[in-house]
Structure formats: C-alpha cells, structure tokens
Design a binder for this molecule. Structure first.
Ligand code: SAM
Length: 211
C-alpha cells in the first residue's frame, strides 16, 4: 500500500513526538550504551588522513557526537526531535542540524562518513531509496556509511507511537547496492551472543566509485 504525503507527515511527527516526550528517559536508558564497536567499524574504513567530518544521522541526545569529537573528528549531528537537538548541542558542543529524515537538506559531498546508529529503521521502505541516495550525495567520493538497525523479516508499521521497518540482511543489501553502495562489512550485535539473541544488524558501506 502506497503511503501518501499525509501518512509520511504522520510517521515523522508521531515518531518524533514519542522521542520528544520521553527525551530524558531515553537519555537515562541509553547514555551508557557501549557502541564503540560501531564507531570503530565506521572509522576503520574511512580512507585518507584524520580528522574526518562525520554526520551522526539521528544523533539523539548526542552520546556518539561527543565520542567522535573527543577522538578529534568534526562531528555534525542531524536530528528531528527538538528536545534531542537541544540536548545534543549542550552535551557535545557540536553543530546539530534539525531536520526530518524524510525532508533532508544536506550539503553535497561534505562528509567522510555517515553514522546511522539505530536511525534508518525509522524511514519507511517506500522512502528508503531516496533517503539513501541523499545520504550518498552528502558523502565525499568513496565515503563510508555505517548503519545499525533492529533486524526482522521485512515487516513495517507502528510500534505504539513509533514507526519502524525491520529488514533482513538480503533486503537491506539490495537497497544499499541499488543506491550506489558497496558492502565493506556486516555483523550482528550484541557481540558474543547466539544469533537469536542478536537483534541488531550492523553494516558498513562505501559509496561506489562511478569513475
Ligand atoms: C533509536 S533512536 C537512536 C538515537 C541515537 N543514534 C542512539 O544510538 O542512541 C532514533 C533517533 O532517530 C530520530 N528520528 C526518528 N525519526 C526521525 C525523523 N523522521 N526525522 C529525524 N529524526 C528522526 C529520533 O528522534 C531518535 O533520536
């Protein structure tokens, strides 16, 4: 079923309303999450000399922005929840763009890497090809995209007040490849558990050389 412009508006506004309302609770629950494996997976694949310019797509209250900044990189957040934008700016001291994933306005070719930790699953599948192409356009040539999403069997819809899409690896690969990315790595998280207790699928991609 095709989602209409009003449906897409509702998906963004209800989902962001959910995060806005419980911004403090989300921060308490996630500020100590260790995602260093993901940060390293992105940085390891970026070519050239550091410091790098990194877009933290759906940065939330800014946990990982601060990590990138402390490692000496130029980290820029992108976030739709007004409350998270304030919190991320205050916590990290980084630039944070207030934008809706579904209405992006990004500079072309600015970023060495995009870090999308637990964010892209909020994009409805119908809009995913466009959003991935827009992220690719914001990357420098051969730039790197990291993404971690809760995986599933390609179902999507509302989970109370949040809209989510839950792709399997094969489907995710098809969307990324079609958008102009080549796979560099994938793994499941948390590390060290049996697969059925690893709900997160992390993948790393390079913007394909068209030369
Ligand atoms: C699960 S949280 C992840 C936050 C952070 N990356 C982390 O790892 O803790 C998803 C983030 O995506 C943001 N988000 C969801 N839908 C969005 C939309 N349509 N536009 C902009 N941000 C959105 C939420 O506000 C939230 O910060």
């Amino acid at each position: 079923m095709k989602l209409k412009p009003d449906d897409l508006e509702a998906i963004s506004s209800r989902t962001l309303g959910h995060y806005d309302r419980d911004a403090e609770g989300f921060w308490r629950g996630t500020r100590d999450h260790d995602v260093s494996q993901n940060v390293e997976a992105l940085l390891r694949h970026i070519e050239g000399e550091a410091p790098f310019t990194i877009l933290d797509f759906g940065c939330g209250p800014g946990r990982d922005l601060k990590v990138f900044a402390e490692l000496g990189h130029v980290a820029v957040g992108l976030e739709g929840s007004a409350r998270f934008v304030e919190m991320a700016r205050a916590y990290s001291g980084c630039e944070v763009l207030q934008q809706d994933f579904l209405k992006l306005d990004l500079p072309a070719g600015r970023f060495d890497g995009v870090f999308a930790n637990a964010a892209l699953f909020h994009v409805p599948t119908q809009e995913l090809p466009r959003v991935l192409r827009e992220l690719r356009a914001a990357l420098k040539p051969r730039g790197v995209l990291f993404s971690s999403n809760p995986r599933g069997n390609n179902e999507e819809g509302w989970d109370r007040e949040r809209y989510g899409a839950y792709w399997d690896l094969e489907t995710w690969r098809r969307y990324l490849s079609d958008a102009g990315f080549d796979e560099l790595a994938h793994y499941y998280r948390p590390a060290g558990l049996p697969r059925e207790r690893q709900p997160w699928l992390a993948t790393v991609w390079r913007s394909r050389d068209e030369g």
